[in-house]
Each structure stands twice: as structure tokens, then as C-alpha cells.
Design a protein around this ligand. Structure first.
Ligand SMILES: [Zn+2]
Length: 99
């Protein structure tokens, strides 16, 4: 489905952001399970920081263009960059913390 947004690909970045924010592995896993069940064509993206706190929040594209290189939470204001460098950083971090 090439026409669908590749939102699920951002999962490592969001998990890395939660790690860096000090979220517990248990809460991160809860977010992971939620995310994997989240339809990739859903209109909004849950804020991982708000989600692990049990609160609602949606990430909206912060760059104002179709590239969606960063998202900003409409509730807590957290900004999450989703470009290639952020993904590399997230995948490197994941190797250390996810086993
Ligand atoms: Zn938030």
C-alpha cells in the first residue's frame, strides 16, 4: 500500500524519545502494543509522552509541509523529529536498550 502514510515506521523514533524521557520499559511496551494496533491511515498520531502518562494528545506535523519531518504534540508541546538522522539515532539506541 504505497499510498498509505508510513507512520508505523516512526515507532523506533517514538520509543527512543520515551527512553530518553525516562519512561519505564513496561510503559514503553504498552505504547508499542498500542502503536502496532493503530491503523496506519488514522488521522491523528498519539503523543507517546502523553500516552504513557495515560493522557490524550495528538502529534501534528510541525514542519507545515508534506515531508512531515517533525511532529509537535498539541497538548504538551513535545516536538519529535522523524528524519533519517533521527531514525538512525533511534535504531542505534534501540540496540542498547531493547534486549
Ligand atoms: Zn505530548
Amino acid at each position: 500500500m504505497a499510498d498509505k502514510p508510513e507512520i508505523p515506521n516512526y515507532l523506533p523514533i517514538f520509543i527512543n524519545a520515551l527512553n530518553e524521557h525516562g519512561a519505564s520499559a513496561e510503559r514503553i511496551d504498552t505504547f508499542r502494543q498500542y502503536w502496532e494496533a493503530h491503523p496506519s491511515d488514522a488521522p491523528n498520531v498519539p503523543c507517546p509522552h502523553r500516552y504513557v502518562a495515560g493522557k490524550a494528545g495528538s502529534l501534528i506535523p510541525a514542519s507545515g509541509n508534506d515531508d512531515k519531518e517533525s511532529f509537535r504534540c498539541d497538548q504538551c508541546g513535545a516536538e519529535i523529529v522523524v528524519n533519517d538522522a533521527a531514525m538512525r539515532h533511534a535504531l542505534e539506541g534501540k540496540d542498547r536498550t531493547n534486549d
